[in-house]
Design a protein around this ligand. Structure first.
Ligand code: SAM
Length: 359
């Protein structure tokens, strides 16, 4: 938008004439904005980052009816809160939660393998999320990187903007990507696709990955999977007390898998906290006995009362959901603790049969 267009839009804000597509009034004035080609919709650019989430779409003029039932503005799902907390404690997170150097070496190798023989001199890569280790990894020569993440807090606090000055970042949804069909050579995600709410969001995201990838383009994704055989929670606490678990990050994900329902139900974060609290009434004492710093117990705190649900598919469930547009090329496992639960898959976009496009 030109400065004049922004100024004109801003005059409508105090009058309550600017609305989100949901009908809720816009309450913040725009500093900069983008307007759609049909001039009907406006998206804010916040601190240099286009906010292209569908629920942040603003409608100009008479386009959107007022919605008295929703005066609070765009809907905030439980995940928004969670990622806000995670963004503030990002530096405390450890593998397997964050990718280990070994994961990054696997990602680099798989992406290079997937792009070998590809003709694009400037491959376009889409990063699902803002994981700094992936953003700063070695990409094929000439790669243009775009990161897409739904959390403004994660973009603000975690995206390594100074380390990747040539890359772009956009706030947007993976299930409605603001990206044209068949324009990406590479899509990479760390523990991203597998954990989407099942089935609707998962299949929407997989469909979007298939839509934006060029024929022959590749997806490399790490997943947190749960084993086919459920392990008893007691066995996990027994391993923890006896020094057989390396960090609480491994412990937390084992608990998540052990408490998991079916794929649609997953594990409520607050339930992991409740089991932890019941089994470890004095975390300080446990940290001392294991010789771990007191702050190590903090990684469990983010789960307390959390309503967000973690989905850990089995590897077979994950594979079964990916096959429509994609073909598996490789599956690698890191050799750190429980590495068999954290595969990195490389998949290639199957050729489209005839022309197909989606609105
Ligand atoms: C890539 S994932 C995982 C990164 C890291 N390994 C971890 O476990 O935290 C985390 C990011 O994905 C983003 N995210 C998750 N689901 C999303 C979706 N459907 N659309 C857009 N962003 C999403 C979250 O906002 C968050 O910043």
């Amino acid at each position: 938008m030109t400065p004049d267009e922004v100024a004109e839009f801003n005059t409508s804000v105090p009058e309550g004439r600017a609305r989100y597509a949901s009908g809720a009034p816009v309450t913040e004035i725009l500093e900069r904005g983008l307007v759609t080609v049909d001039e009907a919709s406006v998206y804010a650019i916040l601190e240099g980052v286009p906010a292209l989430m569908p629920e942040l779409r603003m409608v100009r003029g008479e386009g959107a009816p007022a919605n008295a039932a929703n005066p609070a503005g765009p809907r905030q799902e439980p995940w928004a809160d969670y990622w806000e907390k995670v963004s503030r404690h990002w530096d405390d997170l450890r593998p397997p939660r964050r990718p280990a150097p070994q994961d990054i070496a696997l990602f680099e190798g798989l992406v290079a393998e997937g792009c070998a023989g590809a003709r694009s001199a400037r491959p376009r890569a889409l990063l699902l999320g803002v994981t700094p280790e992936i953003a700063t990894m070695r990409w094929p020569a000439g790669t243009q990187l775009l990161a897409l993440d739904g959390s403004a807090a994660m973009i603000r606090h975690v995206w390594p903007r100074r380390a990747v000055p040539g890359a772009a970042v956009v706030q947007g949804s993976w299930s409605a990507m603001p990206i044209r069909d068949a324009t990406c050579d590479i899509v990479v995600g760390d523990s991203s696709i597998a954990h989407q709410a099942y089935p609707d969001t998962f299949f929407a995201v997989v469909g979007e990955v298939g839509r934006v990838l060029k024929d022959g383009g590749v997806l490399a994704t790490r997943a947190f999977t749960r084993p086919e055989e459920r392990e008893p929670v007691e066995a996990i606490f027994d391993d923890l007390r006896n020094g057989r678990i390396g960090t609480l990050d491994y412990c937390r994900w084992r608990l998540a898998a052990a408490l998991h329902g079916d794929r649609a139900t997953g594990t409520r974060m607050g339930d992991i906290w409740d089991v932890w609290e019941a089994n470890v009434p004095d975390p300080g004492e446990l940290m001392r006995s294991l010789g771990w710093p007191q702050e190590a117990a903090r990684v469990m705190e983010n789960l307390r009362g959390g309503e967000a649900v973690l989905i850990f598919p089995t590897l077979a469930e994950l594979r079964a959901g990916l096959v429509e547009d994609l073909e598996e090329m490789a599956c690698e496992f890191p050799d750190y603790e429980d590495g068999d639960r954290y595969p990195i898959l490389l998949l290639r976009r199957k050729p489209r049969s005839g022309r197909r496009s989606r609105a």
